[in-house]
Design a protein around this ligand. Structure first.
Ligand code: GLA
Length: 405
């Protein structure tokens, strides 16, 4: 009898504190979003064209799944308080668009905000959380990015728990991408609430500078990395640090784009493309579709990489992988090419903070595969001397998979 009462009590507690939808992001989510390229200038033809391009370019086969409509898709709330879609931009409505995207084997994402208004001045979800979740479920939405504008006097943990519970109770699995810019340290409290949380202010398409506006500042690639770097202990399967969406293909140089993409993969970040994939150069396509780099990001061990040391301004990054291999990246954020001599015996360490994995260069000889040249380039050495000398080009990376067997 006691056992039955205990069981009933446990069931009650589980129901009272609904958890987020599980297993929607066991590896970081991959997809595309309207925001970085189009801001509010969006419509259903763009979304359909992007869905077509996802398939035709091979991006879908490379793992990109979500097509995310960011801010400014909204119409008004109807007489019952349900949100509607802007009929000029989306004349066939959101459900028809979801059907189209699903017919391509892709998933559709949408955007809202915990406050009274979104950052673009559209109706926010405040006071309508359950209704909005029901509406998204009716439209067959698969992903919600939930922003943090116009939230004066709203408790952040409460607000994100509320929308997470609402999504759960609406009955359709929807990934929750939290976007409160790291302002309230969500990594401390959101593991059970969302599938990823932004750790930074908004990115802009620049490698290494801030763009300052009255009241807010945007980060370049390097600034995003420096912030996100310190938070690796909080990321893991189903709950990722998000240093914001990709700017690859939006105007940086090829080497900057390559470094940006590689570092996002080293940090197990969500890979949400932000350029117009209907029209992109071969170089950009080769970056976004580098399956060896994507494999670092999507590795099932689910560990965010670590910044081990620096030499002459070049950062040494390691990421342990599920099969015992390591991802190893030399990241040069400086404006000069830098020559680096690698002595593997100086790189023996154990990742005490997260994975407890050791590099063991004193015990193991790894094959070295260059994931940008797509070929084996040598082996690690057990000798205590500089074994390999490379030049890391300015604002670029050299990135290897160190293969154990
Ligand atoms: C905020 C978010 C951005 C984008 C815009 C939309 O700034 O951080 O990623 O969603 O709002 O208005």
């Amino acid at each position: 009898m006691k056992k039955i009462v205990l069981l009933l009590l446990t069931c009650f507690v589980i129901n009272a504190n609904a958890q987020k939808w599980e297993h929607l992001a066991d590896t970081p989510q991959m997809g595309w979003s309207t925001w970085n390229k189009f801001q509010g200038n969006i419509n259903e033809d763009i979304i359909k064209g992007i869905a077509d391009a996802m398939v035709e370019t091979g991006l879908k086969d490379a793992g990109y799944t979500y097509i995310n409509i960011d801010d400014c898709w909204h119409g008004k709330r109807d007489a019952n308080g349900f949100i509607t879609v802007d009929e000029t931009k989306f004349p066939h409505g959101m459900k028809a668009l979801a059907d189209y995207v699903h017919s391509k084997g892709l998933k559709l994402g949408i955007y809202s905000d915990a406050g009274t208004e979104t950052c673009g001045g559209m109706p926010g979800s405040f006071g309508h959380e359950y209704q909005d979740a029901i509406q998204y479920a009716r439209w067959d939405i698969d992903y919600l990015k939930y922003d943090w504008c116009s939230t004066t006097n709203i408790n952040p943990q409460g607000a994100y728990q509320l929308i997470s519970d609402a999504l759960r109770s609406a009955g359709r699995p929807i990934l929750l991408s939290m976007c409160e810019w790291g302002s309230n340290r969500p990594w401390k409290w959101a593991t059970e609430i969302g599938h990823s949380w932004r750790t930074t202010p908004d990115i802009w398409c620049d490698f290494d500078s801030l763009r300052v506006f009255p009241g807010y500042t945007q980060f370049g690639v390097v600034q995003c990395i420096n912030y996100n770097d310190t938070l690796r202990a909080y990321a893991g399967k189903g709950h990722w640090n998000d240093p914001d969406m990709l700017e690859v293909g939006n105007g940086m140089s090829v080497n900057e784009d390559r470094a940006h993409f590689t570092m996002w993969a080293m940090m197990a970040s969500p890979l949400i493309i932000g350029n117009d994939i209907r029209n992109m150069s071969k170089e950009v396509k080769d970056i976004l579709m580098n399956k060896e780099v994507i494999a670092f990001d999507q590795d099932t061990l689910g560990v965010q990489g670590l910044h081990f040391c620096d030499e002459s301004g070049v950062a040494f990054w390691f990421k342990p992988l599920a099969n015992g291999d390591w991802a190893f990246t030399l990241f040069n954020p400086t404006k000069k090419d830098v020559k680096i001599g690698i002595n593997w015996q100086h790189l023996n360490f154990t990742d005490e903070e997260v994975s407890k994995k050791s590099t063991e260069f004193d015990k193991t000889v790894y094959k070295i595969r260059d994931v940008w040249q797509h070929k084996l380039v040598g082996k690690t050495s057990k000798k205590d001397k500089v074994d390999r000398t490379v030049v890391v080009p300015a604002r670029d990376v050299i990135s290897y998979r160190l293969i154990k067997n």
